[in-house]
Ligand binder design. Structure first.
Ligand code: SF4
Length: 213
């Protein structure tokens, strides 16, 4: 495939998850999104609220980094010279601590996990890759900031949320090997094998077998 390839930071992990799904999405088009709209609405509310802090350092107590809150509204891009793949992505939030280091913050809705899930780790690594190649160095780490609905008094029409920070280290070099794998999959002229443990495909195959009887 010789056309320019652009991958979003959020799609990097899918190249490792299932070669077949990734190949189909890149060659034939992505399936409809199944992400809950409430998640993107939450993101938009938080980002809208945080906009007032851009350029300042008097941040809300729950914000996980003490430093200057930066404008992260632009889409960052970087092209890997080996594969020719352009990575693109927009951070939820970016802060710079007094020691000159950059910190990625990504808003999440739901229960915080004990450890950073591998798919979010790749997302954070992808943001670090973009930041480093756009002059934001050094990147010290990332934080997944979880907004979790809580039981509480709803009389005033306000929903209580608990906010939890899950800190992560970042390693932008992991992105390069992922891009190499992504290019290999995209260049394949026949569909690659599917993921071994995808419940959706196993279910689809079982249904297909039953229908053909
Ligand atoms: S195994 Fe799962 S992820 Fe892969 S093609 Fe099938 S449905 Fe898609």
């Amino acid at each position: 495939m010789s056309q320019p390839i652009t991958l979003s930071v959020t799609s990097l992990q899918s190249a490792l998850n299932c070669p077949l799904c990734f190949w189909i999405a890149e060659r034939l088009g992505s399936p409809p999104s199944i992400f809950a709209r409430i998640t993107s609405q939450m993101d938009s509310v938080i980002k809208g609220y945080m906009r007032q802090f851009i350029g300042g350092s008097d941040l809300p107590e729950w914000f996980p980094v003490r430093g200057t809150f930066l404008d992260a509204s632009q889409t960052l891009r970087a092209t890997d010279s080996t594969t020719g793949i352009t990575v693109a992505g927009k951070l939820d939030a970016l802060a710079k601590t007094p020691d000159g280091k950059y910190h990625i913050v990504d808003y999440k809705t739901g229960r915080p996990p004990e450890e950073v899930p591998y798919y979010y780790q790749m997302q954070l690594d992808g943001y670090a890759y973009l930041l480093e190649r756009n002059g934001y160095q050094p990147v010290a780490g990332g934080v997944l900031l979880y907004f979790t609905p809580q039981h509480g008094d709803l009389r005033d029409g306000l929903f209580p949320f608990k906010i939890t920070a899950v800190h992560a280290s970042v390693d932008s070099s992991r992105v390069l090997s992922t891009l190499a794998r992504a290019k290999e999959i995209i260049d394949a002229t026949t569909p690659p094998t599917r993921s071994e443990d995808c419940e959706m495909c196993m279910w689809r195959e079982q249904v297909g077998q039953r229908l053909s009887k």
